[in-house]
Design a protein around this ligand. Structure first.
Ligand SMILES: Cc1cc2nc3c(=O)[nH]c(=O)nc-3n(C[C@H](O)[C@H](O)[C@H](O)COP(=O)(O)OP(=O)(O)OC[C@H]3O[C@@H](n4cnc5c(N)ncnc54)[C@H](O)[C@@H]3O)c2cc1C
Length: 448
């Protein structure tokens, strides 16, 4: 079996395939010499940006690599826990909840550890090369083509996972083999990030992880959001995000000035010595390739991670999503599927995960860009009303905030937020008079 791409998605896919294959080959151009220095690598240019692993991902990480969280901590990763994590919406600190348990480290530390553990499996190996296409035979993938330093190779395979990330060429490869291209859904967001690292003082007793978001109505256009993490080597990683129409800060002085406009943890971080330079990154759009609705698709092919969907990174869902896709792959393969037919069941399972993450991240993006869905029917208006109650109460009410964070952290499906009891609790917590919502679900009548 073959995995194309050795990012987080590819490594997790290899881990899952190793339970089902005699031999798993992970092909990646960067496999020529895996860098263990902790620097980010060419194939993952976003690796120098702040990367927080959400609790949903943390659960998957420990599921597939037992003991790895401990190993990460031993290498300097930080688990700040609820007491030393903070989140702010429109400048207001959100109530602390027990489910706030992110992993905070550099992306190279986490990926390096996952790579080490994956390559330690006796039936997993890497090959240095760039995947160039697929060879199909009788409606199924039969071989992968890839370019190596010694020339192009064609290697027979009995299952392929494309995990080549956001820039995946899978649609072109399918088209070249006269298969339909998956529909591409896009939302232009044009978010610009800049990350800087600072020396961290051991004397700081405040939050070790912070995330700052602004609701569409509060945006001053200066920020799309911000994140600050204590990471290994006594460093802070600080990321500022802005929308395209806002001039990006690319100098240390301007970066510090913006941190001064944020909460004290950003000011604390930015007052340390700057380590390295400021690293910018642009995320032009959220993308979703809809494999689940293709009517023709080759058998023995799966696609995971950002090759399927890539979201605004400010919501920190990317790595957790890729890990959950691997669990969908496991569920599919454990069902002993007929490998002469397309992996439809896998794509159905994955669709639930992708749709949930897409909903969480693009709803806020769309609202900010003035593209919010029209609430045309009473049912849609009731749902919007319920969502507003949840969002408002999640700032200060512990029960509602726990449920809300379960969804943001990819521990629960967004549909859980519309449970009648929770909506009622949110309405009560926000002081909506009793008579204005019914016991069944939401507001009495048709809210505007
Ligand atoms: C600014 C920024 C901040 C982010 N912050 C967070 C965060 O806080 N939390 C979070 O969970 N996520 C975050 N993300 C998202 C996260 O980086 C991605 O979602 C995640 O890396 C996706 O993993 P992947 O394996 O699908 O793709 P990638 O990690 O991009 O890996 C793709 C791999 O494919 C290889 N490759 C490419 N082409 C080929 C080819 N033709 N043949 C073989 N190999 C190939 C590359 O070398 C690479 O190894 C952030 C992203 C950005 C841009």
């Amino acid at each position: 079996m073959h995995v194309l791409g050795a990012g987080i998605g590819g490594l997790f896919a290899a881990r899952v395939l190793s339970d089902h294959a005699e031999r798993v080959v992970v092909i990646d151009p960067d496999a020529r010499e895996w860098d263990t220095s902790g620097a980010s690598r060419p194939g993952v240019p976003q690796g120098s940006q702040v990367h927080t692993l959400m609790p949903g991902g943390l659960r998957q990480l420990e599921r597939w690599y037992p003991g790895v969280v401990h190993q990460a901590e031993a290498r300097g990763a930080v688990l700040p826990g609820p007491d030393r994590s903070a989140s702010y919406v429109d400048g207001i600190g959100q109530v602390s909840t027990p489910n706030v348990n992110p992993l905070s480290s550099s992306r190279p530390l986490l990926e390096g550890l996952v790579r080490e553990r994956t390559l330690r499996l006796p039936n997993v190996e890497t090959a240095a090369g760039r995947a160039m296409g697929l060879v199909c035979d009788r409606e199924r993938v039969a071989a992968v083509r890839y370019a190596t330093a010694a020339g192009e190779l064609v290697q027979a395979t009995d299952f392929v996972v494309d995990a080549t990330g956001r820039g995946s060429r899978i649609a072109d490869w399918l088209e070249a083999g006269e298969w339909p291209r998956p529909r591409l859904e896009r939302l232009d967001v044009d978010v610009r990030y800049v990350t800087a690292h600072f020396r961290r003082s051991p004397d700081w007793t405040g939050p070790l992880s912070g995330i700052t978001r602004f609701s569409p109505r509060a945006t001053s256009a200066r920020f799309a959001g911000a994140a600050v993490n204590a990471v290994e080597d006594q460093r802070w990683a600080v990321m500022l995000a802005s929308y395209g129409d806002d001039p990006q800060v690319l100098d240390a002085e301007g970066f510090r000035a913006r941190c001064d406009e944020l909460q004290p943890v950003y000011q604390e971080a930015a007052k340390g010595r700057l380590i390295g330079g400021l690293v910018p990154f642009r995320h032009p759009d959220n993308r979703w390739r809809h494999f689940e609705d293709l009517d023709r698709f080759p058998a023995r092919l799966a696609v995971t991670g950002e090759a399927v969907a890539s979201f605004n990174p400010v919501y920190g869902q990317g790595m957790s999503s890729a890990m959950l896709h691997a669990s969908c792959l496991s569920e599919y393969l454990r069902g002993e599927p007929d490998l002469t037919t397309p992996a439809r069941h896998f794509f159905e399972l994955q669709h639930v995960v992708v749709a949930a993450a897409w909903q969480t991240s693009t709803t806020a993006d769309a609202a900010r860009l003035g593209l919010g869905r029209q609430q045309n029917t009473p049912a849609q208006r009731r749902t919007a009303w319920a969502t507003r109650q949840i969002m408002a109460a999640a700032v200060h009410d512990r029960e509602v905030a726990t449920a809300f964070r379960d969804v943001s952290f990819m521990l629960a499906h967004p549909a859980t937020l519309l449970a009648p009891d929770l909506v009622r609790a949110a309405a009560r917590a926000s002081g909506v008079p009793n008579g204005e919502y019914d016991d069944e679900y939401g507001p009495v009548g048709d809210p505007v």
